[in-house]
Design a protein around this ligand. Structure first.
Ligand SMILES: [Zn+2]
Length: 336
């Protein structure tokens, strides 16, 4: 996605920050809150790019990075020397104190352009352990030079009060169903029904919905699909399939099941099996809950969760649904 893209549901927050920038009242740290998959990281990236751009399109509050100056091109490579992206390392749940210590390297080195701002993006801020948070606190208390900290978290996230109090809150509005659907239909060729179902399964987060629609994981997906067919025929037990899937990273299996559940919702809708569609949609919602528990580090028992998912799947698959003519389900509401 272009670095200058500001998603339609973020324009208010964007205007607010850009007005502060124009009035030279930019905070040195923002706590950006939004749902994962709602584009909150894109917002932070677009903000960083815009502040570094040397040829801002106009003086208006809705202006964004030009996309072609030297700074923008550098930014586009993903390795702009004045930007530091801090996120848990692969396979890790928390941000390490060593990662926070790299901030001083960034702020102490000479800027890529004279007097330019340096931007540190930390996401998710919930992943800051106590030691890392305390190390960060030192930077937040005495912001070094022209530095901007962008901490990204979920709405209502538990944060150290000392961190929270040093950041200006910047809540991002969630997308309305209309905004989400309009955006999704620009990104995907899928039918409106499918887009709406994906959006529901993604708790209304459009970027998450898109990744569900595009969910690849091809080879593995094929194997699991075959096994699901065996499960439906009673040739395999939910526990056996759960054990097989549990050999993969848990988020993988849950994500795959979200995509496959979505597919079932879609097929049930197309063949007007509304009861079946409803039940798969309910399973999809439960998968969203499990996935959130996983990403929040709540450490759910994934084997047990997967067994539950597969046994529900088996029950729904075995349930004969009567085609109901003339009845339509509404899938455009936000997930509960
Ligand atoms: Zn530029």
């Amino acid at each position: 996605m272009a670095i200058d893209a500001v998603l339609p549901w973020h324009t208010d927050a964007w205007t607010q920050v850009m007005n502060q920038q124009r009035n030279q009242r930019l905070a040195h740290a923002y706590l950006i809150s939004g749902l994962p998959g709602s584009g909150r990281y894109l917002f932070a990236r677009a903000l960083a790019a815009t502040l570094l751009c040397t040829e801002l399109a106009s003086d208006e509050a809705n202006s964004t990075a030009c996309g072609h100056c030297r700074q923008c091109l550098l930014f586009d490579t993903g390795h702009h020397p004045d930007v530091l992206d801090i996120t848990p390392e692969e396979g890790k749940k928390s941000i390490k104190i060593d990662q926070i210590r790299t901030i001083s390297n960034l702020v102490n080195q000479t800027s890529n352009q004279t007097g330019a701002i340096k931007v540190i993006i930390i996401q998710p801020a919930e992943a800051l352990g106590t030691a890392a948070a305390n190390a960060l606190l030192k930077n937040l208390e005495e912001p070094p030079g022209r530095t901007l900290f962008l901490l990204i978290c979920e709405p209502g996230a538990q944060m150290l009060p000392t961190i929270r109090s040093r950041c200006q809150p910047l809540p991002l509005s969630p997308a309305t169903s209309e905004q989400g659907l309009a955006w999704l239909s620009q990104q995907s060729a899928a039918a409106q029904d499918e887009l709406a179902a994906a959006l529901t399964l993604a708790s209304g987060a459009p970027l998450r919905a898109l990744s569900l629609l595009e969910a690849g994981i091809p080879a593995w997906r094929g194997i699991v699909q075959e096994q699901l067919a065996e499960l439906a025929d009673g040739l395999m037990t939910p526990l056996q399939l759960a054990k097989y899937c549990n050999t993969q990273p848990p988020a993988y299996a849950i994500e795959l099941m979200q995509a496959l559940t979505l597919q079932q919702v879609r097929e049930a809708l197309q063949s007007q099996k509304s009861r079946r569609a409803k039940r798969f949609l309910q399973l999809g919602r439960e998968l969203v809950v499990i996935s959130r528990q996983l990403s929040s580090g709540a450490n759910p028992n994934t084997l047990m969760a997967l067994e539950y998912v597969f046994s529900t799947w088996q029950t729904i698959s075995g349930d004969k649904d009567v085609v109901q003519q003339g009845r339509e389900l509404q899938f455009t509401g936000s997930a509960g």
